[in-house]
Every structure is written in structure tokens, then in C-alpha cells.
Design a protein around this ligand. Structure first.
Ligand code: FE
Length: 211
């Protein structure tokens, strides 16, 4: 990728609040002040896109890859095209790469510069993903970060960290948990979490306690 795009990326995100973000903030304040919008309702709306609607798209991709080897192959070879088969296309998701977890490799996604994130498949990035500590430490000490997040990685498993950019967005294909033989695609999609697709958690086996 060219220097030009990297500069653009940095410029785009390093400013404290861009024009549109400022406008959004101003609008929010005004609506709240006029009593037209309940800040709690707004938080709930954002939470919905962060944890429910958005990541459900990615979960469907993962579930399909788990049950359909031909789809899995297409997904790993050309993620953008395979994801577009579901119609999940749009801004911040034009160039996708899917990273496959294996018993020996765990992939973790970060954006060290700002908060690049695959919107069409994961929705809005969570606050911690955008935080400076995660962005810095995910690269320096990924094992430490994973451990703190309750997902310790054994010594003999390699951890690969992928730095998102304005032009490349990543989605982790987690391992299918044991005990899910014969499950339908919908049942599988229901257990795939956002954090597993960022790479900071694994998909739990059924009956295993949530972290
Ligand atoms: Fe970014």
C-alpha cells in the first residue's frame, strides 16, 4: 500500500474530532437538551449496533464457513467476494481479509493508528478497541492482553497480530468449538461472538461458562 494512503489514514483519524463527528456531538447535545432524545435510549441504540446487529453479520459468515468447506475456501482466498455473497458490503469493508484460527495459531486484530474496523460484518467498534491501551499493548504484549481479557493462550500456540488500515480490514475465523457436531448454521451463528471475530476470545463449547 502506498505512503499516500497511509498519510491519509493517519490524517483522517488523528484529528481529535472530525467535522462529521463534531456535528454528531453537537446534534446529540441539542436533542438531549431539548428533551427530544433520551441519552439512555441513544446509548442503547449504539450498544445494539455494537454488540447485536453488527456482529450478527460476521457470525453468519463464520457459521457458513464452519459448515461449508467450499465457502470456507472461498472466504480464505478472497474474503471480500465471499462476504459480498451475503450482501454484506459497504464502507469500511471494501477490502477484507479473513484470518483462520487453528489449534496452533491465534489471530488478533487491532488498529494501532486509530480504530479501523470492518463495519459491514462487525458493526461499530467497541470502546476498548478504540482505546489507546489496547491499540498499543495488543502489539507489544498480545499474550498479556489476551490473558487480561480472560483468554490465555498456551505457550505452544502462536499469536499473530494484524494491524488494520484504511484499506485492509480483518475478520478472525475462530475455531469451531467441540460439541457442536450436527448443529445448524443458525445455531452455530448464535454462539459466535464479536470478541471471537476480533480475536480476543474463543467461541465457547456449548455448556462451557461464558467468560
Ligand atoms: Fe484506523
Amino acid at each position: 500500500m502506498s505512503d499516500h494512503r497511509d498519510d491519509e489514514h493517519a490524517r483522517e483519524h488523528d484529528r481529535p474530532l472530525s467535522g462529521p463527528a463534531l456535528r454528531a456531538k453537537a446534534l446529540e447535545s441539542l436533542l438531549v437538551e431539548k428533551g427530544l432524545v433520551d441519552p439512555k435510549a441513544l446509548d442503547e441504540l449504539i450498544d445494539t449496533y455494537e454488540t447485536k446487529v453488527g456482529p450478527r453479520n460476521g457470525a453468519r459468515i463464520v457459521a457458513r464457513a464452519w459448515v461449508d468447506p467450499a465457502y470456507r475456501k472461498r472466504l480464505l482466498e478472497d474474503a471480500s467476494a465471499a462476504i459480498a455473497e451475503f450482501g454484506f458490503i459497504g464502507r469500511q469493508g471494501e477490502d477484507m481479509v479473513v484470518l483462520e484460527n487453528t489449534p496452533k495459531v491465534r489471530n488478533v486484530v487491532v488498529c494501532t493508528l486509530c480504530s479501523c474496523y470492518p463495519w459491514p460484518v462487525l458493526g461499530l467498534p467497541p470502546v476498548w478497541y478504540k482505546s489507546a491501551p489496547y491499540r498499543a499493548r495488543a502489539v507489544i504484549d498480545p499474550r498479556g492482553v489476551l490473558k487480561e481479557l480472560g483468554s490465555e493462550v498456551p505457550e505452544d500456540v502462536e499469536v499473530r497480530v494484524w494491524d488494520s488500515t484504511a484499506e485492509l480490514r480483518y475478520l478472525v475465523l475462530p475455531e469451531r468449538p467441540a460439541g457442536t457436531q450436527g448443529w445448524s448454521e443458525d445455531e452455530l451463528a448464535a454462539i459466535v461472538t464479536r470478541d471471537a471475530m476480533i480475536g480476543v476470545a474463543q467461541v465457547k463449547s456449548p455448556g462451557q461458562s461464558k467468560r
